[in-house]
Write a protein that binds this ligand. Structure first.
Ligand code: SAH
Length: 355
């Protein structure tokens, strides 16, 4: 039994079931027992591998995208490059290496990380010492900004609702003796955020909303509207959301019971990209179509970069580069499941990668 399971069981015994969003937030971000605070998250001996950890080419392509948008903004002499959920700092290091080839970029860029985990902040500081850290966007200074988020939105807490006997209930987390389990309660206010068109779904259907994701996306759009800039959001999820249960727990690259060991397993949900686009649509910003990662990276020149790297290495290196390229772009690997949404200030040249 984990310490966090005891804490949660006591809280539920005292004041009743908690929302799935509260459960996810405690499990992932509890300052002492939270998953990102204490576990070995990334890599072969961790729980999952993200695109920047698969290959340096991923960050290099995104770095060129960032440099291109900075140029399209008129190359401001100072701007904020904001990464949400930077993990080990690999993506930022790779982006900066590629983008710094563009004259003036290195002198202009001010790096900001949105990161809740102290453990990961320490890793990020080793790779990118000259950054500023924030708990969320509220302390970000005004000024033109480019935002990048890879596998950040899937970690944000969701609410789930289930239809039973023609009525919608919220799927909360309750305790049966000491065993944590789903239980249905009256829906909270967040039910109002679910799309109207899905409310006629049949009994047994599950709807998901991620209020934190909608707030982050709206705040990013608001910052871009007021200050200029652009954003790139990458994650696994849907271009068009539908009823369904995407809540999942992962340990050592295997799916597992999300209630067995709170704080020790990664908890995520698929990102509803249409909800994010909708959240941004309340602001005067340009919103890209929702693209697939494979097509996006190839349109940015990933194939050419792979060839270039392959020409500089031996046969074993070439095999590795080819397998990284496949991992990032093949439809049966990360190429189709991972989606891209970009935002930018109105009146900028057309967004690269979405042709
Ligand atoms: N972008 C990285 C890491 C993805 S894992 C990569 O691609 O490798 C998710 C990251 O988001 C971690 O750094 C985690 O600590 C951070 N994170 C998750 N939820 C957060 C929240 N609510 N606020 C701030 N950071 C959060």
């Amino acid at each position: 039994m984990t310490a966090l399971r005891n804490l949660l069981a006591r809280r539920i015994a005292a004041s009743g079931p908690i929302s799935l969003a509260d459960y996810m937030a405690e499990c992932l971000m509890h300052p002492v027992h939270g998953y990102y605070q204490k576990e070995r998250v990334f890599g072969k001996d961790g729980d999952f591998i993200t695109a920047p950890e698969v290959s340096q080419m991923f960050g290099e392509m995104l770095g060129l995208w960032v440099a291109d948008r900075w140029t399209a903004m008129g190359s401001p002499s100072q701007f904020h490059l904001v990464e949400l959920g930077p993990g080990r700092g690999t993506l930022m290091a790779d982006m900066l290496r590629a983008a710094s080839k563009v004259p003036g970029f290195e002198e202009a860029v001010q790096i900001h990380f949105i990161e809740s985990s102290q453990q990961l902040r320490a890793l990020q500081r080793e790779k990118v010492p000259n950054a500023s850290w924030h708990d969320d966007l509220s302390s970000l200074p005004q000024g033109p900004a480019i935002f990048v988020a890879n596998e950040f939105f899937d970690a944000l807490p969701i609410h789930q609702f289930e239809k039973k006997d023609g009525l919608w209930f919220e799927r909360c987390v309750g305790a049966d003796d000491d065993r944590l389990a789903f239980t249905l309660t009256q829906p909270g206010a967040q039910f109002g955020l679910t799309p109207e068109k899905h409310k006629a779904a049949p009994n047994g259907s599950i709807l998901e909303v991620c209020p934190a994701a909608l707030t982050y996306c709206a705040n990013i759009a608001e910052h871009i509207e007021a200050n200029g800039g652009a954003a790139l959001i990458i994650d696994y999820g849907y271009a068009k959301s539908a009823p369904g249960d995407t809540f999942q727990a992962l340990k050592g690259h295997q799916y597992c019971d999300p209630f067995a060991a709170p704080g020790s397993t990664d908890l995520t949900a698929h990102v509803a990209f249409d909800h994010l686009a909708e959240a941004a649509s309340g602001f005067s910003v340009e919103i890209s179509p929702i693209a697939e990662q494979g097509q996006f990276l190839m349109a940015l020149g990933l194939g050419m970069r792979a060839q270039q790297l392959a020409a500089e290495t031996d046969e074993a290196g070439q095999t590795r580069i080819l397998s990284e390229l496949k991992r990032l772009t093949a439809p049966d690997e990360m190429g189709s499941l991972f989606k891209i949404l970009a935002l930018q200030h109105e009146n900028m040249s057309s967004l690269p990668g979405f042709s």
